[in-house]
Design a protein around this ligand. Sequence first.
Ligand code: PLP
Length: 419
Amino acid sequence: MQEKFSRFAHRFVGQTGTRLLMDDLGDVLSQPEAFDNLGGGNPAAIPEIQALFRTALETALKDGSFDRLSGAYDGPQGHRPLLEAVALLMRSRYGWPVGPENVAMTAGSQSSFLMLFNLLAGLCADGIRRHILLPLTPEYIGYADLAVEPGAIRSFRPRIEELGEREFKYRVDFERFRLTPEVGAVCVSRPTNPTGNVLSAAEMSTLARITADAGVPFIIDNAYGVPFPGIVFDDVEPLFGENVIYCLSLSKLGLPGLRTGIVIARAEIIEALTSMNAIFTLASGSLGASLVCPLIASGRVLDLVQSVLRPYYEARVRKAIGWCDTYFDGLNYRRHRSEGAIFLWLWFPGLPIDAQELYRRLKERRVLVIPGHYFFPGLEDDWSHRHECIRISYAQSPEQVERGIRTIAEEVRRAFAAA
Ligand code: PLP
């Protein structure tokens, strides 16, 4: 049958990291007690946040606004009150020169990247075949399969900075990083999924300067970043400029099921996304937008980040790090310094089995993780490091996370002992 599928379909059909991740999430949903789920990207269920959205929904049901929201399409650029609220927040809080014409909504930021990557990479109207450049890997698994043209994502290895006995941090290797005329856009996630890395202000301003000088769009993926959901453990400022495409999402704020992404960029990019959105989805869903709109318009979302989200995740990651250091004690192990996002990135130098085999053994023991090699989209050289790392999420219940880490330690110990 597959030979009758189009070439377009062949880019997406088959084994991809994104599919593996989402299948595992689906398995867990259908039998939640069977797994310790350290694999997926679901945000934590934070009671205060859940109560807030529940109340907002109850209000919408009572005052009739739910009927208006669910009974009509929004325009293809998105829910107008949200476009205005986002522009107002970025203008008033950060001084960005933006209005609603600089904001678009999408069906989740995965959908934003699908549109942006295919807008800016591939065979372009001027005859140049462009690609998306990731200044460092590991990077977000979901970028890997987005570009319709094969080979339209390229990336570099990072520098590894070892920090003390246990930690390390990836840095952009500016000695290798080069922009050529074939680069359609540069893209980073900050904080980075899978590593919890937050690119430093110096790295960001260097990337911003190099891309601006070359007139190349700079896509900044803030799925975990500022201003919301703000899962960043140091104070960081968002960065904007003529060439910056700043992407946000409501998912890690607690609404992944409502599939809402937000893009802030110069009007020409927003106009293109609006056209693509119209064709791909007609319009994005209005519900997520309407639930968060009052929080964004009033700026209250920033208080929520400071008083609820950030402290919640900070406390959770501290515990998870403690379990790692206890259970992995004596193993050849390092973890990436955790500066944000909802993951820990574990490195077992010299691991005698590859991370895929470790994933398989752990799944047999009902623990889900993501093997590291999926997080190197566009990296051509076969760097053994990618088979020595795994990503774990610390966002699910503490009991699951502790049990999962203990099982990982047992399996890694067993692998080293057998070698
Ligand atoms: N970008 C990053 C870095 C992510 O981790 C995710 C999801 O986990 C996404 C984008 C996509 O998020 P969504 O489509 O739910 O907005």
